[in-house]
Design a protein around this ligand. Structure first.
Ligand SMILES: CC(C)(COP(=O)(O)OP(=O)(O)OC[C@H]1O[C@@H](n2cnc3c(N)ncnc32)[C@H](O)[C@@H]1OP(=O)(O)O)[C@@H](O)C(=O)NCCC(=O)NCCS
Length: 163
């Protein structure tokens, strides 16, 4: 299921590696990462329905990790927000991370807006860092600190309580 999502054109075209991944390559990757204690691969579900995939790497106590994610290609609008909320809550509360970092290719308007919506701050741009075919694309770098995430959650709680 994860391989089919990852290979879907709507997802693959925004990843840093864009070739179609074979089952053999996927199995090899999973063999490697599932035993690596510094990595977390997660399927996010809403009830019993899987809505997307998220990974954090490297995961260390009070550490700084990169995240990668995608919503299930046919997931309804709003799934990304649910996935992001659940994954970041897990990252900061359960994994105890200090900071989560993300990168988006300049052509990925959805991911750039998504990071901003989730409270990430743009921390820089790597100019013409990503080659796709003959073209070089800029990467947007985002960061979210645990304390900023907690502050946003407290504001949400107050808003929810007053509604
Ligand atoms: C990024 C992704 C997870 C968003 O999922 P989604 O289900 O569309 O998310 P939501 O409907 O909850 O929207 C959340 C926010 O994302 C942004 N967004 C989503 N689709 C967008 C689009 N087509 N254009 C611009 N912004 C968009 C908006 O900020 C939106 O908030 P809003 O609806 O309040 O404006 C999904 O598009 C995806 O999996 N993309 C392919 C994989 C990918 O790019 N992964 C990230 C690599 S860096």
């Amino acid at each position: 299921m994860v391989l089919a999502w990852r290979n879907h054109p709507a997802i693959r075209s925004y990843m840093l590696t864009q070739h179609e991944i074979s089952l053999q390559e996927h199995r090899k990757w999973f063999e490697r990462v599932q035993h690596d204690k510094t990595r977390q691969q997660l399927i996010v579900r809403e009830g019993i329905e899987p809505i997307g995939f998220v990974q954090f790497n490297p995961v260390t106590p009070r550490g700084i990790a990169d995240w990668g994610f995608y919503a299930r290609p046919d997931a309804p609008k709003g799934s990304g927000s649910k996935l992001g909320q659940a994954a970041l809550e897990y990252a900061f509360k359960d994994l105890g991370l200090h900071k989560v970092c993300g990168q988006a290719i300049e052509i990925n308007a959805a991911s750039i807006a998504f990071h901003q919506k989730m409270g990430f701050v743009e921390e820089g741009r790597l100019r013409e860092q990503q080659r796709i075919g003959e073209k070089y694309h800029t990467l947007f770098c985002f960061g979210l600190l645990a304390k900023d995430w907690q502050a946003v959650q407290r504001t949400k709680d107050i808003t929810d309580a007053s509604n």
